[in-house]
Ligand binder design. Structure first.
Ligand SMILES: Cc1cc2nc3c(=O)[nH]c(=O)nc-3n(C[C@H](O)[C@H](O)[C@H](O)COP(=O)(O)OP(=O)(O)OC[C@H]3O[C@@H](n4cnc5c(N)ncnc54)[C@H](O)[C@@H]3O)c2cc1C
Ligand code: SF4
Length: 333
């Protein structure tokens, strides 16, 4: 499958990238590792007449700590995250999430910015659009009026499947975004629209420059667990991230985020409420996982039923919490 013709630019600065994206608004895309974008363009799932390569921009490929805030440049690869000495100890869940993405070849190219902004996925939509068109009537994601997945659906149910976002969200991360109107610092959750057909709130010329993770209490512990079909390569069917701040066996704060259950990462707020302020125990974790099972309504976009996906939410929230508990016990011993 060949790439269609496109105009190609190599930006040397963020400002240059932003002005190129702005000049070709609606037709241009920023290209980072290309592991999500290029296969989609090849399959004609995504259209781009102009590609602006971001890889030449200096200063966006590092992991550093300033005043307790961890700063990760958007062009940092997932492979670099896996190996960073700064993503150890109670930040190792971030490295684990990076390691859970695809294969080693993908992680050597794939960037954090691209991972956070990857397109939402759909069983019906993510096939070559070179053949079979117009067998499928255009669905919401292509500007049509139907959804093939949920027959009477009034919106797109494509799922966001990034592995790293749930961990960053559980950590309360913020993103520094650069656009033609200047710079903004947003909560990471604000970049997700929750709409499968247009998953991001950023305007077409805006780029993420940096991800900021606020200072973490030494008594915070986290985990990321992922359920997938093939351990060697697959996107998550369900991914669960959990972070607890503890005082001995008391949970002072809890944050639980899931991926691959909706068009944006989803917070399990009722499960968090069960955990917050309570004494940690196996029964408590069971109850939190039960709450997550009740509150999360996964989109059946993996070929699995909603019933089964809800069961997996229960299992993987439980696993994430148990992992955090074990780490907390080890850390306080
Ligand atoms: C076989 C296969 C398996 C995969 N498995 C997984 C998996 O298990 N888990 C997972 O999470 N992902 C998976 N992916 C998807 C993809 O590899 C990752 O999401 C990767 O991190 C994307 O990063 P990239 O740098 O290659 O992004 P690109 O493909 O370059 O870009 C992706 C999108 O993000 C936008 N973008 C890139 N950088 C920025 C920025 N700084 N600011 C704003 N927008 C930006 C681009 O314009 C584009 O729309 C898989 C892909 C393949 C092909
Ligand atoms: S879920 Fe979205 S992409 Fe998939 S068929 Fe429905 S509208 Fe199209």
């Amino acid at each position: 499958m060949r790439l269609p013709k496109f105009e190609y630019f190599e930006a040397e600065t963020l400002q240059e990238a932003v002005s190129l994206l702005s000049k070709h608004k609606g037709k241009a895309r920023g290209l980072a590792g290309g592991t999500d974008l290029l296969p989609k363009i090849k399959r004609r799932v995504t259209e781009a007449q102009v590609l602006v390569n971001l890889q030449g921009i200096t200063g966006l490929r590092s992991i550093s700590e300033e005043g307790g805030v961890l700063k990760i440049g958007a062009l940092t690869t997932l492979g670099e995250m896996e190996e960073s000495p700064l993503l150890k100890g109670n930040l190792s869940a971030l490295a684990e999430a990076a390691l859970a993405v695809g294969t080693v070849q993908l992680r050597n190219m794939a960037t954090l910015g691209g991972n956070l902004c990857q397109d939402t996925r759909c069983l019906y939509y993510d096939h070559s659009h070179l053949f079979g068109q117009p067998v499928w009537e255009k669905c919401f994601k292509r500007g049509g009026e139907v959804c093939h997945l949920i027959k009477k659906g009034k919106k797109c149910f494509a799922v966001y499947s990034g592995d790293v976002a749930p961990v960053l969200l559980a950590l309360g991360a913020r993103v520094r975004v650069i656009g033609s109107a200047g710079e903004r610092l947003l909560d990471l959750s604000e970049i997700y629209s929750g709409r499968g057909e247009q998953a991001y709130t950023l305007s077409p010329e805006e780029l993420i420059a940096e991800i900021h993770v606020p200072k973490l209490s030494p008594s915070s512990y986290g985990a990321y667990v992922k359920y997938r079909e093939r351990g060697s390569i697959d996107f998550p069917i369900v991914g669960a991230a959990a972070y607890f701040t503890v005082d001995k066996d008391l949970i002072k704060n809890a944050s639980i985020w899931l991926t691959s259950v909706g068009s944006a990462p989803v917070e399990a707020v009722k499960a968090e409420a069960v955990l917050r302020g309570a004494k940690i125990s196996a029964d408590l974790i069971e109850e939190a996982a039960r709450q997550a099972h009740q509150e999360i309504a996964p989109f059946p976009n993996h070929g699995y039923s909603v019933w089964y996906l809800k069961e997996m939410v229960n299992v993987f929230v439980k696993r994430a919490c148990i992992k955090v508990w074990e780490d907390a016990k080890g850390g306080q011993a």
